[in-house]
Design a protein around this ligand. Structure first.
Ligand code: NAP
Length: 481
């Protein structure tokens, strides 16, 4: 399926070989076998890409929304038609089960569909003036050249969720995908090429994060950086953006609490918590990280959840029925061990799992793990785990559990499970998170805003809010008479 070497970058509408002897190897995380090598681009090629995006900006931004919409819609169609092949590429480089890989590609295409529709809806405003001799207009205009940096856990949808609205708004883009998953990014750019995207509107550079990131930061022409990744890197980009006062849209880490109240539908809640925790093997920014269960149902809930977790099938994402693929790399494997050791050392009980999977594959597979007897000082209750471990803690009081749920610097997603509407509304309003799921653990959709508060970031992706990130509101004050 893959050539031995794919050392190409896309600048100004052309694929260019970057073959200076270096390259970045891409591995299949299920087998640890190399798949191919991609280009090791650095500052020079990033500057070229920024120049190309800058040159393309006037032409692209002056098209009508309808004209931009047609290209986005064509890209949506091409991506949807090719979802199976793209899903296979995604699973090969990222490891998630093929069904999830294909599902992600279809979801990623949906962002293109949504923003093909939004492209025509960049409304401004006519402000009724308090002064008779004045007229006041607010005109939305594209920000300019956008630098987009994406992570490996959703190699396809994290890209379209950024470049869909950026392109719809009239911005041009330089994209840098994660080194673990560049192949999905290359495919997405090829789709835009086939959809008729004008030269220079999208540019792709793979390679050294520091060099590419710094070239984006140092450039006055890059007016906005849109980044999805860890809070640590987000903070760095924020500090370094000060020099040119760049706009930032940051989708950072999370530490999602799930709260199961005594009036929850237990069967439904266990299935939803299972899906929330173990989708993508726990490597999702909105995965349940901490689970609080009311003490009156804790034994029944934990037993039912443990039974469901024990049935999860581990293996290669290409194997029929597999629900848990490998972790992305050795670092992730070390983190799962350190969180487990720390919890057990502080008194946690391992109800299920708690060890590496002893299967016939070389990748970093870990048994899905359920822990009880959890205390608040454990690492797992404070640091983003990004692994298939679920700590179950009990509670007795609504006010107390909501305080605990909020007691973190993160503020991305939180979940509550209850059949009581009053409680659902009350708790949703009190939770200090950008997203609250009420009996729902799949809140990432094209039509709604997704994004964190506190140290989980700023800015929204999805819905009309997602496009607003890429627009400046210019005020035109007109004296008449
Ligand atoms: P990461 O280490 O922060 O990396 C994210 C991207 O930033 C990668 O492309 C990375 O490239 C690049 N990068 C790293 N240092 C950089 C620098 N100095 N300048 C410019 N770019 C730099 O995060 P990750 O491990 O890939 O992804 C997992 C994290 O993403 C988790 O914290 C997760 O919660 C978060 N996430 C958040 C959301 C959301 O919507 N809020 C969604 C998905 C994931 P290199 O790998 O080459 O360093």
């Amino acid at each position: 399926m893959f050539e031995k070497s794919t050392k190409i970058i896309f600048i100004d509408g052309k694929w260019k070989e970057v073959d200076d002897g270096k390259g970045v190897a891409v591995y299949n995380p299920a087998t640890l076998e190399p798949i191919t090598e991609v280009a090791d681009g650095g500052s020079r090629v990033t500057e070229e890409a920024i120049q190309a995006a800058s040159k393309a900006f006037p032409g692209w931004s002056e098209l009508t929304g309808r004209e931009r919409s047609r290209i986005l819609y064509k890209a949506y169609e091409l991506m949807s038609e090719d979802a199976e092949r793209l899903g296979e590429i995604l699973t090969t480089e990222q490891g998630k089960p093929l069904k999830e890989g294909i599902g992600e590609v279809k979801g990623a295409a949906n962002f293109l569909l949504w923003y093909s529709e939004e492209a025509s809806r960049g409304y401004g405003e006519w402000i009724p003036s308090s002064i008779k001799s004045k007229r006041m207009l607010v005109i939305p205009q594209p920000v300019g050249v956008v630098g987009a940096i994406t992570p490996w856990n959703f190699p396809s949808s994290m890209i379209t969720r950024k470049i869909g609205p950026a392109l719809a708004a009239g911005c041009t883009v330089v994209l840098k995908p994660a080194p673990e998953t560049p192949l999905s990014a290359i495919e997405i750019v090829k789709i835009f090429e086939r959809a008729g995207m004008p030269e220079g509107v999208i540019n792709l550079v793979t390679g050294d994060a520091q060099e590419i990131g710094n070239a984006m930061l140092k450039s006055k022409e890059v007016r906005l950086l849109t980044f999805t990744g860890s809070t640590a890197v987000g903070k760095y980009l924020m500090q370094e953006s000060a020099e040119h006062v760049k706009k930032l849209s940051l989708e950072l880490g999370g530490h999602a609490p799930s709260v199961v109240f005594e009036d929850a539908d237990i069967d439904k809640a266990t299935s939803l918590v299972l899906a929330s925790k173990f989708r993508n093997n726990g490597q999702t920014c909105i995965c349940t990280n901490r689970l609080y269960v009311h003490e009156s149902i804790a034994d029944q809930f934990t037993a039912m959840l443990t039974e469901k977790v024990s049935q999860l099938k581990i293996g290669s994402g290409f194997e029929e029925g597999v629900e848990l693929g490998p972790l992305i790399n050795e670092q992730a494997s070390e983190k799962v061990h350190s969180h487990l050791r720390d919890a057990v050392g502080k008194g946690a009980q391992v109800v299920l799992g708690g060890a590496e999977w002893e299967g016939n594959l070389e990748g970093y597979f870990y048994k899905p793990t359920v822990l009880t007897d959890i205390s608040d000082d454990m690492l797992i209750m404070n640091e983003e785990t990004f692994d298939p471990i679920i700590p179950v803690q009990t509670f007795s009081d609504e006010t107390e559990v909501l305080q605990k749920a909020n007691d973190t610097d993160y503020g991305l997603a939180a979940y509550i499970f209850t059949e009581n509407t009053n409680r659902a509304i009350r708790a949703s309003e009190k939770l200090e998170y950008g997203i609250v799921g009420v009996n729902d653990v799949f809140p990432a959709v094209a039509e709604a805003p997704f994004g964190g508060i506190k140290q989980s970031g700023n800015g929204k992706e999805g819905g009309h809010y997602g496009m607003e990130e890429f627009l400046e509101m210019k005020f035109v004050s007109i004296g008449i008479g």
